[in-house]
Design a binder for this molecule. Structure first.
Ligand code: C2O
Ligand code: CU
Length: 468
């Protein structure tokens, strides 16, 4: 059950921050481990487990996966520029890893099996340690048998705090995702091949923080920072907010150049949305975050005004400090052509890390096998320190949230619309769209580039860039 009435004040946030966001979770499986390597902070323990969870009315769902003992994966709090460490302990009968989506980590911490690290088998562990260079909203998930592991629950949100962020009166973190459950509340087949060849297979039960439409109390007239991550394996959202003045302040972890209202703003799997919401003055007033895409709009979560109005003004909110992402030198940039297409024929592809046995999609005409022990050659070899422009073209009739590991890019242009120079790690490319993404190849290693609709990723739309 949701905990309506949870007042997320700044004080509560500070408390949560000191407890590393672990309140209520078993100390044995998610906690701090003493005596880790000197000079690193105590690692956060993230132990995968198979649990039961109440995801809809009726019987609890069996074989739900999480980090910890019960409930959703914890919101992990890190601080920009401060060392972070975590020990992944694998408690499930399936090899796993953790990828820190959007965080510019050193390559060997990136969590991609075979490319950068070995599998973590049941009973084994792997130590992650890095210093997040950027503040913002990020998330974490396995990069192994991802459709199954993420589909069953292994997706969590990361908040990287910046002490120089403007002060809010409250913060709410939302992990948006669906579940493929039957009427009996149990998992059904995770995908249908005919859907994988189109938009991907949608879940049947939609949740925010594993709850149906949770409600949060927030101070009347106060400013709320609503951090949202789409951790679903398939669904693209169109966000709108009713009942309050609201502005988009960050996308995909990075402050937006100019604030705007989220008027059916389209974001895909892997993307994050940070909103500043000015709560209504009147006690009891409700603000709702909706997904208005498709024929069945859905209220995702609501906020309720409580107390006497703080009378804050959205216009007083200072800008978020920018993240230290290197600026590409466009005059000197080299180009990487990237064409996304459907494959002419479906050749079953083999792979041992959860490949789905089909290939429907291709990058530059190659249907990539996905995570395999012997990945094919990189899509391109990049020179460390050199500026690049990805010329990406979508030749398919579907949208694809294309995610680059390890480096952030800037949106330079689109053939479809006027764009603002957003900095991001995931771009939701529309059918027939051509875009240019500029970045500096400043992080050495092998970096995946893939569609974050996991069925697309696993049936051909995965590749990688080598920076050396
Ligand atoms: Cu969310 Cu390959 O990543
Ligand atoms: Cu796709």
């Amino acid at each position: 059950m949701p905990e309506p009435g949870t007042m997320l004040t700044r004080r509560a946030l500070l408390k949560t921050a000191t407890a590393a966001g672990l309140a209520g979770l078993g100390a044995a499986t998610v906690g701090r481990l003493a005596g880790f390597a000197a000079a690193s902070p105590d690692p956060l323990l993230l132990q995968t487990a198979s649990i039961q969870a109440q995801l809809m009315d009726g019987a609890p769902t069996k074989n739900v996966l999480t980090y910890g003992k019960s409930g959703p994966p914890p919101v992990i709090r890190m601080k920009k520029g401060e060392a972070f460490a975590a020990r992944l302990i694998n408690g499930i009968d399936d090899p796993t890893t953790i990828h820190w989506h959007g965080i510019r980590v050193p390559n060997r911490m990136d969590g991609v099996p075979f490319l950068v690290q070995p599998y973590v088998y049941q009973g084994d562990h792997f130590d992650y340690a890095f210093t997040p260079p950027d503040a913002g909203t990020f998330w974490y998930h396995p990069h192994c048998n991802t459709l199954e592991q993420m589909g069953h629950g292994l997706t969590g949100v990361i908040v990287v705090e910046n002490p120089h962020d403007p002060a809010f009166d409250a913060e709410v973190v939302l992990n948006l995702r669906d579940w493929r459950l039957g009427d009996d509340g149990q998992f059904i087949q995770q995908f249908r091949p005919r859907d994988a060849a189109k938009t991907g297979t949608f879940g049947t039960v939609r949740t925010a923080n594993w709850l149906d439409q949770p409600q949060f109390d927030a101070p009347a007239g106060g400013l709320v920072r609503l951090r949202t991550a789409i951790t679903d394996v398939t669904r693209i959202y169109a966000f709108s907010v009713d009942g309050a003045e609201v502005a988009v302040i960050a996308l995909d972890g990075n402050p937006v150049p100019q604030r705007f209202a989220p008027d059916a703003l389209l974001l895909g799997p892997g993307q994050r949305l940070d909103l500043a919401i000015r709560m209504p003055d009147q006690e009891g007033a409700i603000v709702s975050l909706r997904d208005v895409r498709g024929t069945k709009p859905k209220i995702l979560a609501t906020l309720r005004s409580v107390g006497t109005s703080l009378k804050r003004d959205l216009r007083d909110l200072a800008p978020l400090p920018p993240n230290p992402v290197a600026e590409a030198d466009l005059a000197d940039a080299r180009h990487i052509a990237l064409a996304l297409s459907a494959t002419a024929e479906n050749v079953p592809a083999d792979g041992i890390c959860g490949s789905l046995g089909y290939s429907f999609w291709a990058i530059n005409k190659v249907p990539w096998p996905g995570d395999t022990p012997d990945p094919t050659a990189p899509l391109a070899e990049l020179k460390l320190g050199q500026s690049y422009i990805i010329d990406m073209e979508n030749l398919t009739p579907h949208s694809h949230p294309i995610h680059l590991h390890g480096m952030s890019f800037k949106l330079l242009s689109s053939s479809k619309r006027a764009v603002s120079p957003l900095i991001s790690d995931t771009y939701l490319i529309q059918p027939d769209e051509k875009v240019q993404l500029g970045f500096v190849a400043d992080n050495p290693g092998d970096w995946l580039l893939h569609c974050h609709i996991i069925e697309h990723q696993k049936t051909g739309m995965t590749s990688y860039l080598r920076v050396m």
